[in-house]
Design a protein around this ligand. Structure first.
Ligand SMILES: [Zn+2]
Ligand SMILES: [Zn+2]
Length: 240
């Protein structure tokens, strides 16, 4: 009976608000096959120098091995259909759309196992966490898409999630700061390990878009200082 009610509700919702591709508005999917195929893939890069790295691992000569990100992977470039879809998710709050994006991302990783397997192997034995949102933004929308991406991805990969980080200062005014040094310092002090959170040895930290990487690098430094031995970053897209 319950199933019938649920089924009827779903049917009605689908008639009133049909599922459509967030990019091209094709019916019955949030990201259609055509748009998914058209999405440009991101190249994997060393998280320290930004140059190409086949698996996304940090180059051995880059940065201090004991600090920051061990590696970083991303699926698409932040443009075209995927950019439209991520943007729409942010404002439409459709969690099924997030699931679809993550499923597509996992398809890409499975099909390109040569590149992504080192990350996937690490991820299967790691704990997942995510970049905390600006506190005010999260309050206003009551929806944290980065957390949702993390939940869906952890389910696909079969790894646990833990809320490890919090924001200790609002960095929304970052673009107003003039000097580059001032900007870096600003991000540096922005995150902390949550009170009472245990920091595991292997962590995957997740965000929706990698822009300069400053935020994710800052989170990784905090986690390393808190006792993590390896931290990989994952984003659906890369805006570089
Ligand atoms: Zn489409
Ligand atoms: Zn490098």
């Amino acid at each position: 009976m319950m199933g019938g009610v649920k089924g009827a509700r779903r049917f009605l919702l689908n008639v009133l608000f049909p599922v459509r591709c967030l990019s091209c508005a094709a019916y019955d999917t949030y990201l259609c096959d055509r748009c998914a195929r058209a999405a440009e893939r991101a190249s994997l890069r060393c998280p320290v120098c930004g140059e190409v790295s086949f698996y996304g691992a940090r180059h051995t000569g880059c940065g201090k091995a004991r600090r920051g990100l061990t590696g970083f992977v991303s699926i698409w470039r932040y443009r075209g259909p995927v950019r439209k879809a991520i943007h729409a998710v942010k404002y439409s709050k459709i969690s099924d759309a997030v699931r679809e994006l993550v499923r597509r991302a996992c398809d890409v990783m499975e099909r390109d196992a040569l590149r992504y397997e080192p990350f996937l192997q690490f991820a299967r034995g790691a704990v997942f966490t995510y970049v905390p949102m600006r506190i005010r933004a999260e309050d206003a929308r009551g929806f944290n898409q980065t957390r949702l991406i993390t939940e869906k991805l952890s389910r696909y990969i079969g790894a646990p999630i833990c809320d490890m980080l919090c924001k200790v200062k609002n960095i929304s005014s970052q673009t107003l700061l003039s000097g580059a040094r001032e900007r870096i310092k600003n991000v540096h002090d922005a995150f902390a390990v949550r009170d009472g959170a245990a920091v595991p040895a292997r962590i995957v930290i997740i965000d929706d878009v990698w822009t300069s990487g400053a935020t994710m690098k800052s989170c990784a430094r905090v986690l390393r200082a808190g006792g993590a031995r390896e931290v990989w970053g994952f984003t659906l897209t890369q805006a570089v």
